[in-house]
Design a protein around this ligand. Structure first.
Ligand SMILES: [Zn+2]
Ligand SMILES: [Zn+2]
Length: 154
């Protein structure tokens, strides 16, 4: 039998370490809830964020970080406003899914419909049915499957 007494300093150090861990844990949970508030206006989402922030300690915060919405509310509102402005301005739309697009888009960002090609000389967007680039007078070659893939790798 070996009499084993834990040194007092070690006990104090362990207590401090536990206290430190608990404070850090609560801070992480609070940060998760704050982040959830920036990204959503749904109370159920705050509740999920709180539970994930607390349980399991630290791992839940990582899970939240993976599943959280990619954009904040401010970003979502800005995007929605941009879409509305484009629609109201009667700007160009994708012929397939009618998403508002910019005139210099080469592909529809939603359904990948080809809207224009890049000029092989000046790289400006050239409409699919144009025969010559209006910027640099370079003739636009007919779109073939080979040309498409070659342009895609540039
Ligand atoms: Zn589209
Ligand atoms: Zn050109």
């Amino acid at each position: 039998m070996i009499a084993f007494t834990v040194p007092h300093a070690l006990v104090v150090a362990t207590q401090w370490l536990i206290a430190y861990g608990v404070v850090l844990w609560l801070a992480v949970a609070w940060a998760v809830v704050r982040d959830a508030m920036r990204r959503s206006s749904q109370y159920w989402f705050y509740a999920i964020a709180l539970v994930l922030g607390l349980l399991p300690p630290f791992l839940g915060a990582i899970i939240y970080w993976i599943i959280r919405p990619s954009s904040t509310r401010v970003e979502q509102e800005t995007q929605a406003l941009e879409q509305t402005m484009l629609r109201e301005a009667g700007g160009p739309q994708c012929p397939t899914c009618s998403t508002p697009v910019h005139e210099d888009f080469l592909l529809c960002p939603v359904c990948r419909t080809r809207l224009a090609r890049a000029c092989r000389s000046c790289a400006k967007p050239v409409d699919v049915d144009w025969k010559v680039c209006p910027y640099c007078e370079t003739p636009v070659e007919e779109a073939g499957s080979k040309k498409e893939s070659a342009a895609g790798t540039v």
